[in-house]
Design a protein around this ligand. Structure first.
Ligand code: SOE
Length: 401
């Protein structure tokens, strides 16, 4: 059964209409993906119907540049339009819950940028709305785009196949330096009421999602520390207080007896966008760095000891996840392709009627971990339980997995 069979609002005789909310950094990345996905992947027909942003002239200009047929300044414009079937939310975190819940209730499929929301309560309300909409064939997904890096999708396959034996621990770090300069101005990303948290929600969330995605294990307990190094930054009317963290550190205990550590910073001077992940098992190990995103390093501990050592797999063969659709082998891909893969997987799920992953439930699980890290940091408590709602994803929804 396809979603169109289930969802009475969707008329199968016309292409799916897409509305994108937001046209800044993430809106641009998503626009690029919507624009290119059908050139490389077999996806159901769709149209880039509407781009929404607050500034009328800027959003109109962005719509023309990024291939959207129309623009609007109020996101509520999408709710009553029968020609819009999909709402892609790239607005700041404080707007996610209101838009996503309204869109789901109006029968629109929803893709929302990470983290799911600014608070656990918002994430819970969104998850309840998504569960209810799913019963009507309306799909929802959260944009943890690094699940769509072919090398990380391959890492997940190798782990699931047992090539690393029993996973003992994961070490992850997400390091950036765009806030290293103390004169760097205030933005919505530095206020708790608009961003929820700092490096924790913005980038540690990716690392936490990866730990669950790669290993299939769920975080049970954490111990965390948060630090704001630059406590005030220049705003339009003078210095303003920074109310989120610049950096976060956390250790985790997971199901299966697994341990993990995550370090995230937006003041790691010299580090531009370095997501490093290391997975250590009884039978092997994997290492990855986003700055070399076409590569996965694999150590097979079953190989004769004298031949052991990490070997670099260039994840660029047609048999690797997503790669068959792109260029001949060795013609490497980049960061923007992860968003194209994400749209491909979302559209495929909509046309098949199979719920996509990562679901809002999975986004809520990450949100609960973020909340526990904050609680631990605030209370200076060594071990803080993570309230459980769902198990980490077990279904694989990536192409070729
Ligand atoms: C800014 O830190 C940011 O754009 C994040 O918001 C993204 O999720 C990450 O992929 C790159 O960095």
């Amino acid at each position: 059964m396809t979603s169109a069979d289930q969802n009475p609002q969707q008329d199968q005789t016309r292409p799916l209409g897409v509305a994108l909310i937001g046209y800044a950094f993430m809106g641009k990345a998503h626009s690029n993906a919507w624009r290119n996905v059908a050139s490389f992947f077999d996806v159901p027909a769709f149209e880039q119907t509407l781009l929404v942003g607050r500034d009328a002239s800027q959003v109109a200009e962005a719509a023309t540049r990024y291939g959207w047929a129309e623009s609007a300044t109020d996101w509520r414009a999408v709710l009553d339009r029968d020609d819009i079937d999909i709402v892609d939310i790239c607005a700041p975190g404080w707007m996610h819950a209101e838009i996503a819940i309204a869109a789901l209730e109006a029968g629109k499929h929803v893709l929302v940028e990470k983290p799911l929301a600014n608070t656990t309560a918002e994430a819970e309300a969104m998850t309840a709305a998504a569960a209810s909409a799913r019963t009507q064939g309306v799909q929802s997904m959260i944009g943890f785009n690094y699940r769509r890096v072919p090398a990380l999708a391959l890492a997940r396959q190798l782990i699931a196949e047992g090539r690393l034996g029993t996973i003992r621990h994961v070490r992850a770090a997400y390091l950036q330096d765009w806030l290293s300069d103390a004169e760097s101005p205030m933005t919505w990303r530095l206020r708790k009421e608009t961003a929820g948290s700092g490096a924790l929600g913005d980038i540690a969330s990716h690392a936490i999602d990866q730990i669950g995605y790669l290993t299939g294990q769920t975080v049970l307990e954490t111990s965390g520390v948060l630090k704001t190094f630059v406590t005030q930054r220049p705003g339009p009317a003078g210095l303003e207080d920074v109310t989120v963290d610049d950096a976060a550190w956390a250790t985790f205990w997971l199901t299966g007896g697994m341990g993990a550590s995550v370090e995230a910073s937006r003041v790691a001077t010299g580090q531009k966008n370095s997501l490093q992940i290391e997975v250590y098992g009884s039978g092997g190990a994997l290492t990855f760095n986003l700055e070399n995103l076409n590569e996965l390093n694999f150590l097979d501990a079953d190989a004769p000891v004298r031949e052991q050592g990490f070997r670099r797999i260039l994840v660029n063969e047609p048999q690797h996840p997503y790669l068959e659709a792109w260029w001949p082998q060795g013609h490497i891909i980049g960061w923007e392709h992860t968003f194209t893969h994400q749209i491909r997987d979302f559209l495929t799920a909509i046309s098949s009627g199979e719920a996509p992953s990562p679901s809002f439930e999975e986004g809520l699980q990450v949100q609960r971990v973020l909340a526990a890290v904050e609680e631990s940091a605030h209370n200076k408590s060594a071990i803080t339980p993570v309230h459980q709602s769902v198990m980490a994803s077990s279904a694989s929804q990536i192409q070729g997995a």
